[in-house]
Design a protein around this ligand. Structure first.
Ligand SMILES: Cc1ncc(COP(=O)(O)O)c(C=O)c1O
Length: 463
């Protein structure tokens, strides 16, 4: 069943343009100087994005004067809410005392942050960088150099950033070959080196290792699929991944750019009792500043330093380990470590309530909506979910290829109509993906439920 919902989207776009006139005006100006009016495609909502002038706690305030309830939370970064005083105060004090901006030196702060991260991630060594994309790229380079092999095994629907080995098989293409290269400008040789597997499918993984295992440098997988729509890996899947990697001498990379510090004060892998060879982190780790890192086995990371012959040019860049960014990182990580016992149970509670409110809001108008982001037997709670409209109510939403396939779910509704409908109620989600932070209250979740009900009323005539 495929619906294009063109009339619904036209109606929503017209109402949206009327509600956000200043943002529309700024968009015209933005498009004069920036491609599509901005610098990160997914933030450039169609027909135009809301432009904001401040962000605080659970809210963002836009140039048209709306107080918008924010479930995007800084691209899944702001686990304590937007602009938490904890970090802004630490930064203000640092700037007032004459540190903060780039100095191009190294200082004790870098050591303290690295010690903290290694402890939290169970890692021997860490090297900082400035984005998750770079972290996953370097992790793959390290694994190729370490193993002397070429092939990279990646999960369909897995997003590891806009880096050469990550740009295949992110978006689902209906047809016999669902996972294709995502970008022109890449060498075919490189995209051919990336093999695709399916999330939460241990049998397929076993078959692929059986065929290609001797040539696989690494398997890169998110223990919690992010762009693949917020699903936890099954314990069996990760266990199988670890066993196969060990058997074939392949490195296991957990990309925890989203899941790191989202489920506990550290990596998600440890809740499964599984340690990868390398882990990549970013987002929450930076406390709202651009910090990412590759951490893990000392013998693998050694390849980017003198001990390992400087074989991998993970040398760092101008802004690597930026002082203000590391201060934000250290402040945030320390807080999460100290308050782990309160932060994560509260997030789990809020997550469960959020899913109840969403499903209930749609159900009140007779629309069947389901949320991903359910916990499992090892992970007691989950604070990011996405909203889907499955054609079959009983469908198991346990892998990206299910929710991204228009034959299984009404993807036009979830990816095009939902975000605009919720924005018309002053609620910001990214294509219906909702991330919680501690700044959200029960009243905010009630408001989200009401917004879902209002969206359902708009959808109803078109279903
Ligand atoms: C799992 C995962 N890995 C890597 C990245 C890339 O990180 P960045 O956007 O910081 O480059 C992202 C970004 O959303 C991500 O979700």
């Amino acid at each position: 069943m495929k619906r294009d919902h063109a009339q619904l989207i036209d109606e929503l776009s017209a109402a949206y343009a009327e509600r956000f006139p200043r943002s529309a005006e700024l968009d015209r100006r933005a498009r004069q100087v920036m491609v599509d009016g901005g610098s990160h495609s997914c933030r450039l909502v169609r027909p135009f994005p809301v432009r904001i002038d401040s962000a605080q706690g659970a809210s963002i305030h836009d140039v048209d004067g709306h107080d918008i309830l924010d479930f995007w939370q800084g691209h899944f970064v702001n686990i304590l809410g937007n602009n938490p005083a904890l970090v802004t105060t630490a930064l203000a004090e640092a700037f007032a005392s004459g540190t903060g901006l780039q100095h191009g030196q190294t200082e004790a702060l870098q050591i303290e942050t690295a010690e903290l991260l290694c402890r939290c991630l169970g890692a021997e060594k860490v090297r900082f960088t400035i984005s998750g994309s770079l972290a996953t790229m370097y992790a793959i380079m390290l694994s190729r150099a370490f193993t002397g092999r070429d092939l990279v095994l990646k999960v369909g629907g897995g997003w590891h950033g806009a880096q050469p080995w990550g740009l295949k098989g992110v978006y689902f293409a209906a047809g016999p070959e669902p996972w294709l290269p995502e970008s022109e400008g890449l060498s075919a040789h490189l995209t051919d080196e990336v093999l695709m597997t399916r999330f939460n499918d241990p049998e397929l993984l076993t078959e692929q290792f059986h065929v290609h295992g001797e040539r696989l440098a690494c398997l890169i997988v998110e223990p919690f699929a992010g762009a693949g729509n917020f699903m936890l890996a099954s314990p069996e899947y990760l266990r199988t991944a670890r066993e196969l990697a060990d058997r074939y001498g392949t490195l296991l990379i957990f990309d925890e750019v989203i899941s790191g510090f989202r489920f506990r004060a550290g990596d998600l892998g440890s809740l499964y009792g599984i340690r990868p060879d390398l882990v990549t982190v970013g987002k929450i780790v930076g406390g709202g500043m651009p910090v990412a890192a590759v951490a893990g086995r000392g013998d693998v990371l050694a390849l980017c330093g003198s001990e390992g012959g400087d074989r991998v040019a993970f040398t760092g860049g101008t802004y690597s380990a930026h002082p203000a960014a590391l201060l934000a990182a250290k402040t945030m990580i320390s807080y999460l470590v100290e308050h782990e016992a309160e932060v994560y149970p509260r997030l789990a509670e809020l997550g469960a309530e959020m899913r109840r409110r969403i499903v209930g809001g749609f159900a009140a108008e007779g629309v069947v909506a389901r949320c991903t982001g359910e916990p499992n037997e090892l992970v007691p709670g989950c604070s990011i979910s996405a909203i889907h409209f499955p054609h079959d109510e009983a469908l198991a939403l346990d892998a990206p290829h299910v929710v991204l396939d228009p034959a299984c779910c009404d993807t036009t509704l979830s990816q095009k109509a939902l975000q605009l409908s919720l924005l018309l109620e002053d609620v910001y989600t990214l294509f219906g993906s909702c991330a919680l932070g501690l700044a959200h209250s029960a009243a905010d979740l009630e408001r989200l439920g009401d917004a879902c009900q209002a969206a359902a009323r708009r959808f109803r005539p078109y279903l």
